[in-house]
Design a protein. Structure first.
Lengths: 479, 207
């Protein structure tokens, strides 16, 4: 019978079924300092062990400071959570990429780049953006703390099999427009609950043409459209990305993996419970105006006009405009910003920084705008520094920081102040997300760079965009 | 073991908002608190406290006519966003035992079932009716897991619940014990045939 990619992986890991649920074996469990402490505590209280410490990895990301790493962690509560993760992972024999590790970074950036995420595997992490890993053809699920404890103890998880949705993205992006614009636009069209209960497979020409890092921006944000997870058929680009990385299979194992990886596609005629089709050909850069990612418009548009909104939507729109300090019908390009944040598990990989640099090189952030780059991992930071990419940002007046979740979630010192407005390459513009009273506009790295220069939300298509080889980077990596 | 949930009876508080994300239910800064007890203080923090950290009475659960409500009648897409289980713990700590909505965020829904918080999906029409009758503050309701009914104002509404969620709530059984006592063989079976390429390459730890 014709099966989807998602079903193939699910079936291969299904140990049992009961009461409409499946018990899935989990090949990889990634944990971090914020959602794990109570899972470890409960495990200890019940006298249980971590069944497979060799399949479990910990990364400190959510509340690590991004400033000078030689200084102690100033926030007492953050320091305690980081120490607790360190202690727990030592006690249970789990590899932990801590504050000082060269592998530290945002879990969803680190795991793919060091080969912990592999096609065909099941992977869970106590973080909703775990769907990111689906771009490598893994079945990746964000889970809660109780579920994390179950995985610690049993290396398996009881799950209800989600419905499946195929989202086909056709067309070619115009200059200055890319995957982040596409996913924001698709969420805008589908709504925050559009894919609830579904595992979404992304396909189509536009997705095929994306680099793996670009695909990760798409699967990352599928959760913002309600998806339980997202997945993309893995191809040569995935194999190249993980080959030779520290934890990916090597030698004979690599040779054996290849025939298996070639089976990881959706059979022609396989059934999906729902399907959507998008064409990105005429798409313009997208920017969020409101307080959830579906509240997004094109850069040439305006905030909504209340009388045009469906009656059921009106109070939500009104509330969001008020929170954002905007009025109805306001041109997006009239909105001035105080801060620019290039970072997060959505858009802080090397290629994201390259995209921003194509706009920023030789230019400066507008006066009064505080702009920062928080690389997705310490490895991304080192690669950027080795190629000279960091100098482009520094010369443009950006702070060049260490890695972490940072201003995407505001759990460390990187926060917005009350009423501050930020152009952000992150994934959530919820009220207070980036700091109490902070206002977030989601956008692509290129649009964020253009916005930094202008000091207001800007249309990058009206600016010069350098080719990658005009950046003068050493080493020439350009994807 | 979590506490068994069989019948929930209590006051209904209407929460007139759609797309309530878990960042609103409990802001990220309070995820550093590593105790479940006492989390109700941070529940809907930004909606309840003023800039000086003083509790206002603008949030529904803080208004006298809704205090002690066990049932929260919300809107569409309740609990979307972050996977933080603290959102469920904070609601339970505040005495909320059941949330009514037309739809829920998937991770929130699963987290709730593992902690004894019942999430009930209702049709928009039924939910609107419940919310509007609750708005005066005198509405009591009873939710029965045995019958899968919500009773209020003398009207009985039926709802559906996945069998495994119903069983998990009614038995209070924990998945770990169930798995370890009944499925060890299946787990070992998978591990015995797990392909080397699905395992992290064994090597010197990098740091």
């Amino acid at each position: 019978m014709a099966r989807t990619l998602f079903s193939k992986i699910w079936d291969a890991h299904e140990l049992a079924t009961r009461e409409g649920q499946s018990l899935l074996y989990i090949d990889r469990h990634i944990t971090h300092e914020v959602t794990s402490p109570l899972a470890f505590e409960s495990l200890r209280a019940s006298g249980r062990r971590v069944r497979r410490p060799d399949l479990t990895f910990a990364v400190m990301d959510h509340n690590v400071p991004t400033g000078d790493r030689s200084l102690p962690v100033a926030d007492v509560m953050s320091a305690r959570q980081m120490e607790t993760l360190d202690r727990n992972t030592r006690e249970y024999g789990i590899t932990c990429f801590g504050y000082a590790s060269e592998n530290q970074g945002i879990s969803h950036v680190v795991a793919p780049e060091i080969g912990l995420t592999v096609p065909g595997a099941t992977l869970v992490c106590g973080d909703s953006h775990t769907s990111t890993h689906g771009a490598l053809g893994a079945l990746a699920l964000g889970i809660g703390t109780s579920e994390g404890e179950q995985v610690f103890a049993t290396q398996s998880l009881w799950l209800r099999r989600p419905s499946e949705m195929l989202v086909t993205v056709d067309g070619e992006f115009e200059r200055g427009v890319g995957p982040k614009d596409a996913i924001l636009w698709m969420i805008r069209k589908m709504g925050t609950g559009g894919a609830l209960g579904h595992a979404v497979q992304f396909g189509g020409v536009a997705v095929k043409n994306m680099t793996l890092e670009e695909r990760m921006s798409v699967t990352n944000m599928a959760i913002e459209g309600g998806a339980r997870t997202a997945i993309i058929e893995p191809d040569q680009k995935v194999h190249q990305y993980i080959k030779g990385t520290p934890y990916a299979p090597a030698g004979e194992d690599w040779e054996e993996a290849m025939p298996f990886w070639k089976t990881l596609y959706t059979d022609p005629g396989a059934h999906f419970d729902a399907s959507r089709r998008f064409h990105v050909g005429a798409l313009e850069p997208q920017v969020s105006w409101g307080t959830n990612p579906a509240m997004t418009v094109g850069i040439s548009e305006t905030t909504p006009i209340l009388s045009d909104c469906a009656p059921a939507e009106r109070s939500g729109v009104e509330r969001a405009l008020k929170y954002m300090g905007l009025v109805e019908g306001q041109r997006m390009t009239s909105i001035m910003v105080d801060r620019v944040f290039i970072g997060s598990c959505t858009n802080a990989r090397l290629s994201d920084l390259v995209q921003a640099a194509r706009v920023l090189k030789g230019r400066r952030a507008a006066s009064g705008v505080r702009a920062m780059v928080v690389p997705g991992s310490q490895r991304v930071k080192r690669l950027a520094e080795a190629s000279g990419l960091d100098a482009i940002f520094r010369n443009a007046g950006f702070e060049w920081r260490n890695s972490g979740c940072s201003l995407c979630i505001g759990m460390n010192e990187d926060k917005l102040g009350e009423g501050e407005r930020c152009a952000s390459t992150s994934n959530r513009n919820f009220e207070n997300r980036q700091g109490p009273g902070g206002r977030t506009h989601l956008m692509s790295p290129m649009t964020a760079a253009a916005t930094a220069i202008e000091g207001r939300l800007a249309d990058v298509r009206e600016m010069e965009i350098l080719a990658v080889d005009e950046l003068g980077l050493r080493g020439g990596r350009s994807d | 073991m979590t506490e068994r949930v069989l019948v929930i009876t209590g006051r209904v508080a209407p929460l007139d908002a759609d797309d309530v994300d878990t960042d609103q239910i409990i802001p990220a800064q309070y995820l550093k608190v590593t105790e479940k007890k006492g989390l109700s203080r941070y529940l809907f923090y930004r909606w309840r406290y003023d800039d000086n950290g003083e509790l206002t009475s603008r949030f529904v659960l803080d208004r006298p006519e809704f205090s002690g409500s066990a049932i929260l009648a919300a809107g569409r897409n309740f609990g979307i966003g972050s996977s933080r289980e603290n959102a469920v713990w904070a609601l339970l700590d505040a005495g909320v035992k059941c949330v009514l909505a037309t739809s829920f965020g998937d991770i929130f829904y699963s987290n709730a079932s593992r902690n004894g918080l019942l999430c009930v999906r209702l049709d928009q029409a039924v939910l609107s009716e419940v919310r509007s009758s609750a708005s005066g503050g005198r509405l009591h309701a009873t939710v029965s897991l045995a019958d899968l009914t919500l009773s209020c104002n003398g009207v009985i509404h039926r709802f559906q619940l996945e069998p495994h969620i119903r069983e998990r709530l009614m038995s209070g059984a924990d998945d770990i014990s169930l798995t370890l006592s009944n499925y060890e063989g299946e787990i070992l079976g998978y591990e015995a045939k797990m392909q080397p390429y699905l395992k992290p390459r064994t090597q010197r730890p990098l740091s």
